[in-house]
Design a protein around this ligand. Structure first.
Ligand SMILES: Nc1ncnc2c1ncn2[C@@H]1O[C@H](COP(=O)(O)OP(=O)(O)OP(=O)(O)O)[C@@H](O)[C@H]1O
Ligand SMILES: [Mg+2]
Length: 369
């Protein structure tokens, strides 16, 4: 049926058919609906009102709502009627309804005046809805905020003494008088440990920010291939890794936040080096794939058992293998990668075979919808 036929059909509906349809609609909505006359007598209620408030329509119609309905509901209705008599507007409120003795169901209730054809007030209609989901969302938001504040406070408390340690070791290491070898080694160990703690604190803060949606992107149209090339040039100098780079010749420009994508790719390459037996052989590719640009990091390292592969993106997850536990890490790197990529509207992926190697990749869309 086209729109015109549909309109004609609805106009041809008899008043009785229209009434039936309207009743069916009221019976089908997920909210509880109750109508009350000006004198406070119940005029109508739908199936959900019967279900939620354990009432029988036949027993409550025409009775005063204060007598026929559960006290919590009746009191909420009285309060709204009282407020409406002052303001004359539609009103909203919330109340708790006790179900099964102990369980409190948070309900939202709103009142609207019922007007007849001449706009004369006839009574009130109440719509009652379940607020548990909204409350749960509010609680989660609050919990998340508390979590974020906690991470910030702890990070701040750690950073101050850490700076003192780092300044102290730097000063001792830069002294002109040569240090005894044992002393030097100990100081270098302290310095490396302090750097690791600093990295960990920064990762904590990043994850909290990314999870809370508090991190904004600074995107610009750019060349992902160039970003990868510059990074790999840096890696060749620092790491003892054999990194091959493959970049599509006609790579279209993509919109991305270069600092964050740099961080994501760096995390993948560092993992590829960390979880390979030296000298690591790594291949980084930046290619076009349909409507996306795909960045992949393939290694010939230790690999990840199939049943653990899906878990590596989870916060703090580290694969259960001696080769992993021997390497320093906190299990936050891939979580950060996943957040950064999904903020760009892209997707992450990983394939792996134990003893043969892994391919970690992400895509960035050429056009964001
Ligand atoms: N290329 C890889 N090869 C084998 N295992 C890997 C590889 N990349 C990640 N993993 C596994 O996934 C886990 C999670 O990686 P992730 O980068 O999140 O944390 P991490 O490297 O342990 O610590 P960090 O927070 O310092 O990055 C690692 O502990 C490791 O078990
Ligand atoms: Mg890592």
């Amino acid at each position: 049926m086209n729109a015109q036929e549909d309109r004609t059909a609805s106009m041809a509906r008899t008043p009785s058919e229209a009434h039936t349809l309207f009743t069916e609609i009221l019976e089908s909505v997920p909210q509880a609906i109750l109508a009350v006359s000006h004198e406070g007598c119940i005029l109508a209620c739908n199936r959900n009102a019967e279900f939620i408030f354990r009432i029988q329509r036949a027993e409550v119609i025409d009775r005063k709502y204060e007598e026929a309905l559960p006290p919590a509901l009746a009191q909420a209705m009285s309060r709204l009627i009282h407020s409406a008599s002052k303001s004359g507007d539609s009103l909203d409120s919330e109340f708790d309804f006790l179900v099964e003795r102990r369980t409190k169901l948070p309900l939202g209730i709103s009142l609207s005046p019922i007007l007849d054809r001449e706009d004369r007030p006839r009574g009130f209609v109440f719509v009652v809805r379940d607020m548990s989901l909204r409350h749960e969302a509010q609680n989660l938001r609050q919990l998340h905020q508390m979590n974020l504040e906690f991470v910030h406070t702890v990070s701040h408390e750690i950073k101050a003494p850490l700076t003192t340690i780092q300044l102290g070791t730097a000063e001792l290491l830069s002294q002109r008088t040569p240090l005894a070898e044992e002393c030097l080694t100990t100081l270098q160990l302290i310095d490396a440990a302090a750097q690791r703690i600093q990295g960990l604190v920064n990762d904590f803060l990043d994850v909290a920010k990314l999870e809370g949606g508090h991190a904004a992107l600074e995107t610009e149209l750019g060349d992902l291939g160039l970003l990868a090339k510059k990074m790999m040039d840096g890696f060749h100098h620092v790491q003892k890794a054999n990194i091959e780079l493959e970049i599509d010749r006609a790579l279209p420009p993509v919109k991305f936040d270069s600092k964050r994508i740099h961080r994501a790719l760096e995390n993948l390459v560092i993992n590829a080096i960390k979880y390979s037996r030296p000298p690591a052989r790594i291949r980084v590719s930046v290619t076009r794939e349909g409507d996306c640009v795909k960045v992949a990091v393939a290694d010939q390292g230790i690999g990840i058992p199939r049943e653990q592969l899906g878990l590596v993106w989870e916060k703090f997850y580290r694969a259960l293998a001696p080769e992993t536990t021997n390497v320093a890490g906190s299990g936050l790197g891939l979580t950060i990668v996943k957040h950064i990529v999904s903020m760009h509207g892209g997707e992450v992926d990983a394939t792996s075979e134990v003893g043969k190697g892994s391919v970690f990749s992400f895509t960035l869309p050429l056009r964001r919808t």
